[in-house]
Design a protein around this ligand. Structure first.
Ligand code: UDP
Ligand code: MG
Length: 313
């Protein structure tokens, strides 16, 4: 029988632990003649009784396990810990707040059995999202796909199933600032998608404030792309070329074609364009330094050079 692990990051979810468990139970029961299960809760430094609630479950059900963080490290690190500790032939990541419909789990498993390595849940639309989150999310994906080499699917969630090969490959990542689903997308593998309607959060409020999301967005830009580092250089190239053209125009107009171009420029205008030109050069130098830093960055995070899907036996 194949073992399937569930990875559930939980931060202040005490009221959701039990309902989630009962819901999982009813979904998993019909599958239990073909699969065994492991339910891994990662308590991400909750300030409420989440750990106690999970401990109750671990006592009643040996399949339930708890990883208890010393403090809040954020969902990305919590899922990472879950992926490192799970022992299944595949794992399924699911939020603790019941926003991910557990009833779809058999569909995820079916896709996996058909040969997909990664089955990604794509969120249709959430009623509970504020417009800031909606528009922010749209902008985020547009920018991310423009600047990164990895193809990132909009509205892809952490509600996904990973084959053991993907889990092992994922565990090779060493970087501390990370976006779990971004790194999974970087890995590639055979992917399929399942669309779902996000439900309302059962209890509590979403702990990802706009500020926290903004920080996460910045981290993903930095983790998946070196473009932000090179921006200064690009701006520099633009400014220098622009001021060079404008400067030559002024210079020629002033000293050579005075009688021809009826243009007059004051000395301070000359100076201004000259300073802008120099600023462009400074920015270009910064961009050059960034290229070196980018190389250092890539060496330091020590990503695997390549990922093998399946080795021929
Ligand atoms: N979560 C976590 N650590 C955090 C914040 C959230 O482990 O610092 C968990 C949370 O308990 C939930 C999941 O990550 O299971 C998604 O969090 P949330 O519902 O706040 O985010 P959203 O649904 O808005 O993506
Ligand atoms: Mg949620």
């Amino acid at each position: 029988m194949k073992l399937l692990s569930f990875i559930i990051p939980a931060y202040n979810e005490s009221a959701n632990v039990m309902p989630l468990y009962t819901r999982l139970q009813s979904v998993l029961k019909p599958l239990s003649d073909r699969y065994t299960f492991e339910i891994l809760f990662v308590n991400d430094g909750s300030k409420d009784t989440t750990a106690e609630e999970v401990t109750k479950l671990t006592k009643a059900d040996t399949r339930v396990k708890l990883i208890d963080f010393s403090r809040n490290f954020g969902k990305e690190i919590a899922t990472t810990a879950g992926l490192r500790h799970c022992t299944g032939d595949a794992c399924m990541m699911i939020d603790a707040d019941l926003q991910h419909p557990a009833e779809l789990i058999p569909d995820f498993i079916a896709k996996w059995e058909e040969g997909s390595d990664v089955v990604v849940g794509i969120r249709k639309e959430s009623k509970s999202d504020s417009w800031v989150k909606k528009i922010g999310g749209k902008i985020f994906y547009v920018i991310l796909n423009k600047i990164s080499d990895t193809e990132i699917t909009p509205n892809a969630t952490d509600f996904r199933l990973l084959d053991r090969a993907v889990i092992d490959a994922f565990n090779e990542f060493k970087e501390t600032k990370r976006l779990t689903r971004g790194l999974i997308d970087w890995l590639g593998f055979r992917r399929t998608y399942i669309f779902f309607d996000a439900e309302e959060r059962l209890h509590g409020t979403a702990s990802y404030s706009v500020w926290k999301l903004l920080k996460l967005a910045l981290n993903s830009f930095m983790s998946l792309s070196l473009f932000p580092l090179k921006v200064a250089g690009y701006i520099g190239i633009f400014i220098t070329s622009f001021s060079l053209i404008a400067g030559s125009y002024i210079f020629l107009g002033k000293y050579f074609f005075k009688w021809y171009w009826a243009l007059t420029f004051s000395d301070s205008e000359d100076l201004a364009i000259f300073i802008v030109f120099l600023v462009g050069i400074i920015l270009m130098s910064l961009g050059l330094i960034s290229l070196y830093i980018a190389n250092i960055h890539e060496e330091v995070i020590k990503r695997p050079l390549y990922v093998i899907r399946k080795e021929r036996e």
